[in-house]
Design a protein around this ligand. Sequence first.
Ligand code: PRP
Length: 179
Amino acid sequence: MHKDCERIMLTEEQLRERVKEIALQVDKVYEGKRPLVVGILKGSIIFYADFIRHLTVPVELDFMVVSSYGSGTVSSGKLKIKKDLDRDVKGRDVIIVEDIIDSGFTLANLKALLLERGAASVMIVTLLNKKERREYDIAPDYNCFDIENEFVVGYGLDYNEMYRSLPYIGILKRNVYEK
Ligand code: PRP
């Protein structure tokens, strides 16, 4: 385990098994379709790569970089898009793949935006869900793990752009982010 982690919350094996389970459930829903799988960078990168490899339906891949800037504040404003999709979502079945849903700001705005652009459907798939932090009325359609309000890193998730490449989800030691 990394020295900055207090403990491992989700092991590589737990992640592997649960991601596969969720991906197979999602796969069934899209039988006969060709969804556009939208990864929200950067946090979702490892989950995304593992998730899509269990899908048997044909998929197209696309990515967005958005800013959750404004999250937690009173006037959140609109979602800031740093990198938009390459594909037109009009008439498409979209699967948004996210690492974590916290306040819900990002996904509430993103879902509304893609529907506004004419997506036929928008499904949200998340790796982690911090329910107690929710401020916006949005819930994932598929979620791998409900977690407590802990500072988690690894498997794509960062603190100051570090720890994303850890193969497990670890809880960061308090003294790392409080110093
Ligand atoms: C994280 C995460 C979600 C968002 C969730 O992204 O990946 O996009 O925050 O928070 P919310 O529910 O309060 O909106 P972050 O801005 O940390 O970027 P990253 O994916 O590059 O780490």
